[in-house]
Design a protein around this ligand. Structure first.
Ligand SMILES: [Cu+2]
Length: 355
């Protein structure tokens, strides 16, 4: 936690935080290997979030890796105002979001992955949410406009691209695109979801309650095992879709998923052989029971490959998924009943986004 954000009388200080100047965000939330994995995802739907028709939950949206893990985890870990929808009250919010944007910049502009070519995304209004420098409400801002900001307003100083003369005093490092080409690329977008080749509901029974560092193991139907055992072609990916996940009372928990762990195996960190991914919550705990809960996409391809290589996933044997709820703040157990989800689906998808 940067020291600039602490100290009595400091306008950057916010007393509601649960973390102090001596704390560091755990490596398992935002470490280099975490970001390397996220930035390697080529479709927006699995990199950031799903297509949505409104900003808040219940609009058909869903969380993917950048948003479900580093974004949500840092919000919850800092705590206080930062853990919910009033997070911009804490000045450290702007640093956190700038870092998320830096990741987006790297993914979108440096690596050339397109933003969604969908009007639901591009034309989604942010009107009435921001002011100009004179304090007047801005009513005509859209998500699409924000995608152009690296060309119109500001850039990251180690990633300068050719831009308008608006930014003075920087010598731009040319990418292999001109300003006009880059603008066209940003305005046009591209395919943003991978093609689903096969889809199996793993569980659509009563709600699954996830609690503590105990196993919440769900046996998967044989059809799922068959799907996962099918030869893994290089351009195939396995995505676990978690539906209707919700959290009660607090929002300081996240869920880790493990595939086929042996009975009694201690399920703890991301370095575990069976670890498949995680997702965290970001919502107002008091109003968290909106219809439907949250949806998440978790790419489990690498875990499946690893388990197959080590013969820990075999034909003819049971296949299970274990879910463990962990406190974001201290890694400790979460009381029974705090986290619930209702069904899981496994999607077999094509690796590259398609129109
Ligand atoms: Cu945020």
């Amino acid at each position: 936690m940067p020291a600039h954000f602490f100290g009595a009388g400091n306008s950057l200080f916010n007393a509601t935080r649960t973390k102090g100047v001596t704390d560091s965000v755990p490596e398992s939330y935002t470490g280099e290997d975490i970001l390397v994995d996220i930035l390697a995802i080529s479709d927006f739907e699995n990199f950031g979030s799903f297509e949505s028709t409104a900003l808040r939950n219940g609009s058909g949206g869903g969380y993917s890796k950048l948003e479900a893990t580093p974004h949500n985890l840092v919000h919850g870990w800092i705590g206080g105002d930062m853990s919910g929808f009033m997070s911009p009250l804490d000045p450290i919010f702007w640093c956190h979001h700038n870092m998320i944007e830096r990741c987006w910049w790297e993914w979108n502009i440096s690596r050339g992955n397109p933003n969604p070519n969908s009007n639901n995304w591009y034309e989604l209004s942010l009107g009435g949410m921001f002011c100009d420098k004179d304090g007047n409400l801005i009513n005509n801002l859209t998500v699409g406009t924000t995608a152009l900001m690296p060309l119109l307003l500001y850039q990251f100083d180690d990633q300068l691209v050719p831009c308008s003369s608006f930014i003075k005093g920087f010598s731009a490092i040319p990418l292999n695109k001109s300003t006009a080409e880059l603008r066209e690329f940003l305005e046009k977008g591209g395919p943003f979801r991978i093609k689903v080749l096969d889809q199996i509901k793993a569980e659509s029974l009563e709600r699954i309650v996830v609690h503590g560092q105990q196993e919440n193991t769900i046996k998967l139907p044989n059809a799922v095992r068959k799907l996962l055992m099918a030869e893994t072609l290089t351009d195939r990916r396995y995505i676990l879709k978690v539906n209707n996940a919700s959290i009660k009372e607090t929002r300081d928990a996240f869920v880790r998923l493990f595939i086929n762990p042996p009975k009694g195996h201690a399920l703890r960190d991301k370095d575990n052989l069976y670890y498949a991914g995680s997702f965290a919550f970001f919502e107002d705990g008091k109003h968290a029971q909106h219809a439907g809960g949250n949806t998440y996409h978790i790419d489990i391809t690498n875990t499946i490959k690893r388990l197959k290589e080590k013969s820990l996933l075999k034909d003819g044997e049971d296949l299970s998924i274990s879910l463990v709820a962990v406190s974001i703040l201290d890694g400790k157990s979460i009381p029974r009943g705090r986290v619930e989800l209702s069904d899981l689906e496994i999607l077999l998808s094509q690796g590259k986004p398609e129109q």
